[in-house]
Design a protein around this ligand. Structure first.
Ligand SMILES: [Zn+2]
Length: 319
């Protein structure tokens, strides 16, 4: 395994306004949406690592209804504000995503690029998620049959007779895109850390939805991804703060041993989930704080954050 830096810092461009204070708080990185020139400049000025969150499979469905995956009933799936994933048979969208990535890696030198929405379709930041099998558009069904040698034409037939092959196919399809994007990044930026934001569920939760719905198979993704980042949004997901520690401590059971896990916490859950992260017997390899501006806006919160980072960094250097 290559020597991966332990990066600690906020997610979100609003936090960049506080970049000059970061080193004093033990913050050595910042994550921001897409290849944002102003954010790169601010990170360089502050001497901290610039990390890009790069959106792959997410689109405005109101604007591009052709990208909405097709559900079991042959109709576009239900979706809410947070929906991610698209029909992966739409070449124009895949070309557009790849062009954006290429333009970014040619113009900038980020320390890391975290692939976001490298998943099947749905949304998981909910206590009771609305999970729907997809995409059963004619092109995706044809691709499944072609890839597997299975002859099936309807969603009912696929789910009744070939559920495990269908799930495996979807995971392999998403992992192949991950490998393709990682190849682009590595060929242009050989030292760049490649991360992926992950559905935070264990493989068994919600009847295997991590793979069955979100098509995220850690073992298949591991050759392309250096650091896995499960989204630990406690309040939004109706969980308790201990979830952060539970995910870290369970991770060795289903995440390849040579792939570190770095949590992203939510400022809404501050400081409970942060304390649980620090207390975990399996450390988080660095840390991201979603909506991090909320922490740095308040010196008392920033001090708590700094103390937690210090404790994590000390534990890491001892371990
Ligand atoms: Zn499709």
């Amino acid at each position: 395994m290559k020597n991966l830096p332990k990066l600690y810092g906020p997610y979100g461009s609003a936090a960049i306004a506080y970049a000059e204070q970061f080193p004093a708080y033990g913050v050595n990185a910042a994550w921001f949406h897409m290849f944002d020139a102003d954010a790169f400049e601010a990170c360089a000025q502050a001497g901290i690592a610039a990390c890009v969150e790069f959106k792959v499979f997410r689109a405005d469905f109101a604007q591009h209804p052709d990208l909405i995956p097709i559900g079991m009933d042959g109709k576009p799936i239900r979706y809410g504000r947070l929906v991610q994933g698209v029909c992966l048979s739409k070449k124009w969208f895949l070309d557009y995503t790849e062009e954006n990535l290429l333009a970014g890696v040619r113009a900038f030198q980020p320390t890391g690029i975290w692939l976001d929405y490298l998943t099947g379709a749905g949304w998981f930041e909910e206590p009771e998620p609305d999970l729907q099998e997809h995409c059963f558009c004619p092109d995706c069904i044809a691709d499944f049959c072609n890839a597997t040698g299975i002859d099936a034409t309807t969603p009912a037939e696929i789910l009744a007779n070939y559920q495990s092959a269908w799930t495996r196919y979807k995971c392999e399809r998403v992992a192949a895109f991950g490998a393709h994007y990682a190849g682009i990044i590595r060929s242009h930026l050989p030292g760049c850390v490649i991360g992926a934001y992950m559905c935070p569920w264990t493989p068994a939760e919600f009847d295997g939805a991590l793979t069955r719905i979100f098509a995220q198979d850690y073992a298949l993704l591991a050759p392309s991804i250096d650091i896995f980042t499960p989204l630990i949004y406690v309040k939004k997901s109706g969980r308790s703060a201990a979830w952060a520690r539970e995910v870290l401590e369970a991770a060795p059971g289903y995440i390849p041993a040579d792939r570190p896990v770095q949590l992203i916490l939510d400022a809404l859950d501050f400081p409970g989930s942060l304390h649980e992260t620090v207390a975990s017997t399996t450390p988080s390899h660095g840390l991201q704080m979603f909506s991090g501006a909320d922490i740095f806006r308040d010196p008392a919160k920033a001090a708590i954050f700094a103390a937690a980072l210090e404790e994590m960094q000390r534990a890491n250097s001892e371990g």
